[in-house]
Design a protein around this ligand. Structure first.
Ligand code: PLP
Length: 386
């Protein structure tokens, strides 16, 4: 990173835990890779076909600045149908991924040194995104014993006069857990009291297994202080299509447009057409996807809980991630990850990649066939039942 042509402010930057995991993969041909949240299944074929048809019809150029108007009205409709929320097209902004959405949002709201609170364990990219946008990253730890809920007192203690926003992510990557409605209501009281913005990274809405997903923005009084990020990546198995959207008060979406004009300008036209189809047909498409991943995490959780030294919240609450507790093995997260990579050819990410309070845990992304999960569990069982 240290080169005269690289801006000095970036000299200290390293690679994230996720991009670094690529380096660990070499060397064994029977590796079972739980490291990245990239679903193994192909995008549902009707979505692909609809996109091809629309591409042939000419949807191949730049689109409207704020997004394909048909997609925007489909999102407005979906908010009404799924959440009973009346939103206008002015509050919707289409972006090329949730990753871009988060960065555009942080760039829009942060002055140098403003603080952003994030629930830990957290999605690893948040730290880079907050810091690259000039903010200070502040964590509020959550614990398995507390069902990974955000403790109101701990949240209030993390707030300072520099706090600009809090990022919420439920269902959560990496813990796979969901914030309860009660917890979200407590958070709502606190953000109102301290006049803080909420960025709800709502990207696993189709994967809330125990309870119906409730958007934070739908809580009384919260729409005016919430930026909601949605993406097709996980909900429709479309990680490669790079398409997402932000729903936020229009005083913010106007700024998003100014910033994104100089970054990506508009989102991919064909992906927007694919998303129109996906949203229109979500009731047929999503339950099939959710069922597959739910079966996988439930199977994996049952098996993990039978392995000496390991345990995991069971039944899993959401997403396709599990965050097993490995404290009973006497190993640290790093040691455990290294051991199972070397001795069982299983790649996971140490919990510490998601914040210090991830010590004693590892993250497993169940984005593979259940037979492969079974094979991994057999190997782990053998390794820890000696
Ligand atoms: N936010 C969270 C919590 C994620 O887990 C991910 C991807 O794993 C993203 C955002 C990125 O989504 P996208 O593929 O739309 O950039």
């Amino acid at each position: 990173m240290e080169h005269k042509f690289v801006a000095k402010k970036y000299w200290g930057l390293g690679h994230s835990a996720m991009s670094g995991s690529d380096a660990l993969k070499g060397g064994c041909n029977d590796l079972i890779d739980f490291s990245i949240g990239n679903p193994d299944l192909v995008t549902p074929i009707p979505i692909i076909e609809a996109a091809i048809e629309d591409a042939k019809k000419g949807y191949t150029g730049y689109g409207s600045f704020r997004g394909d108007p048909e997609l925007v009205s489909e999102i407005v409709k979906q908010y009404k149908e799924d959440y009973g929320m009346d939103i206008s097209s002015k509050v919707v902004y289409i972006t090329p991924s949730a990753t871009a959405a988060m960065y555009i949002c942080l760039k829009s709201i942060l002055d140098e040194g403003d603080e952003v609170i994030v629930q830990a364990p957290y999605y690893t990219k948040y730290i880079e995104q907050v810091e690259l946008a000039g903010g200070k990253f502040v964590t509020v730890d959550t614990y398995e014993e507390e069902d990974f809920q955000i403790d109101p007192a701990r949240l209030e203690a993390a707030i300072s006069d520099k706090t600009k926003a809090i990022i919420l992510n439920t269902p959560s990557n990496p813990t796979g857990n969901c914030l309860s409605l009660e917890c979200m209501k407590e958070i709502a009281k606190i953000v109102e009291k301290h006049d803080i913005l909420v960025i709800a990274d709502d990207i696993y809405t189709a994967y809330s297994y125990q309870e119906e997903f409730v958007p934070f923005a739908s809580l009384p009084g919260m729409f005016e202080r919430t930026v909601t990020i949605n993406t097709v990546s996980k909900n429709f198995l479309m990680t490669g299509w790079r398409l997402a959207w932000i729903v936020a008060p229009d005083y913010l979406t106007d700024v998003f447009q100014i910033i994104n004009d100089g970054i990506a300008f508009t989102a991919c036209s064909v992906s927007q057409r694919a998303t129109i189809y996906a949203l229109k047909h979500r009731e047929e498409i999503q339950p099939k996807i959710t069922k597959i991943f739910r079966e996988r995490v439930e199977y994996a959780a049952d098996r993990i809980n039978k392995i000496p030294g390991l345990s995991v919240i069971n039944p899993p609450k959401g997403t396709f991630y599990l965050f097993p507790n490995i404290k009973g093995t006497g190993l640290t997260s790093e040691e455990f990850s290294k051991k199972i990579l070397e001795e069982a050819h299983i790649l996971v990410l140490p919990g510490t990649a998601f914040g210090e309070c991830g010590e004693g845990y590892v993250r497993m992304s169940c984005t593979m066939d259940i037979k492969l999960i079974a094979e991994a569990m057999d190997r782990l069982e053998q390794l820890f039942t000696k």
